[in-house]
Design a protein around this ligand. Structure first.
Ligand SMILES: Nc1ncnc2c1ncn2[C@@H]1O[C@H](COP(=O)(O)OP(=O)(O)OP(=O)(O)O)[C@@H](O)[C@H]1O
Ligand SMILES: [Mg+2]
Length: 191
């Protein structure tokens, strides 16, 4: 049984794409297909007009509602164990507007109970920082703004819009004004 049918759109480098559609329509499923977690019954995902560019999958960074934050140091959450100099980590933390965490003490503080507690917005920013550090070319954002208060929402939204990366973003609510900031809005509807 197909969850999604007749989806056809093109994404160009650096594009900011918004995916909308009601709950259960298949937005997150579209991401799973892109990430090769779900097979396609029919159709193709073409990259540079050819299938399966070898390093395609490793180019995705994910910012989600179920954030991938580990009960480990902030450093680990950014690098996932890769050897990256602190100066670079500090630089990227400043870039994602987490200046107050951009120091060695905070880098080595564990996140979670008894450690550094991060709000929803801060966790999204850490995920964005991780994607930037790992030089991801694409960001898949699945409801990255939901659950945030107006200020953090604005901050995370404009941070995402300001990045040179190609961004595919799923959101439920978006003002008409903000929608216009995307290169393309793909609205999924039931057939
Ligand atoms: N692996 C799977 N196998 C079968 N059905 C699935 C699978 N994953 C999701 N579904 C079904 O596909 C439909 C679309 O789910 P999906 O999570 O993509 O919706 P969504 O548009 O992201 O919704 P929401 O806005 O609530 O997050 C749902 O009916 C869901 O139960
Ligand atoms: Mg979803």
């Amino acid at each position: 049984l197909a969850i999604l049918k007749n989806i056809n759109f093109k994404i160009f480098e650096g594009d900011k794409i918004l995916i909308t559609g009601k709950s259960g329509i298949g937005k997150s499923t579209l991401f799973k297909s892109l990430l090769n977690e779900l097979p396609l019954i029919k159709g193709k995902i073409l990259v540079d007009n050819q299938l399966n560019k070898s390093n395609f999958l490793s180019n995705f960074g994910i910012v989600g509602q179920d954030t991938y934050i580990f009960a480990e140091s902030l450093r680990f959450n950014l690098t996932l164990g890769k050897d990256i100099p602190s100066s670079q980590l500090i630089k990227v933390l400043k870039k994602v507007k987490l200046e107050y965490l951009a120091n060695k003490k905070h880098l080595d503080t564990p996140i979670g109970e008894k450690g550094l507690s991060l709000s929803g917005g801060e966790k999204r920013k850490v995920e964005i920082a991780r994607a930037l550090l790992n030089k991801k070319e694409f960001l898949l954002v699945d409801e990255g703004l939901s659950g945030l208060d107006d200020d953090s929402r604005k901050q995370v939204f404009s941070l995402l819009q300001s990045l040179p990366q190609t961004i595919i973003e799923i959101e439920h609510t978006m003002s008409i004004e903000d929608k216009q900031k995307f290169n393309q809005v793909v609205n999924l509807v039931a057939k």
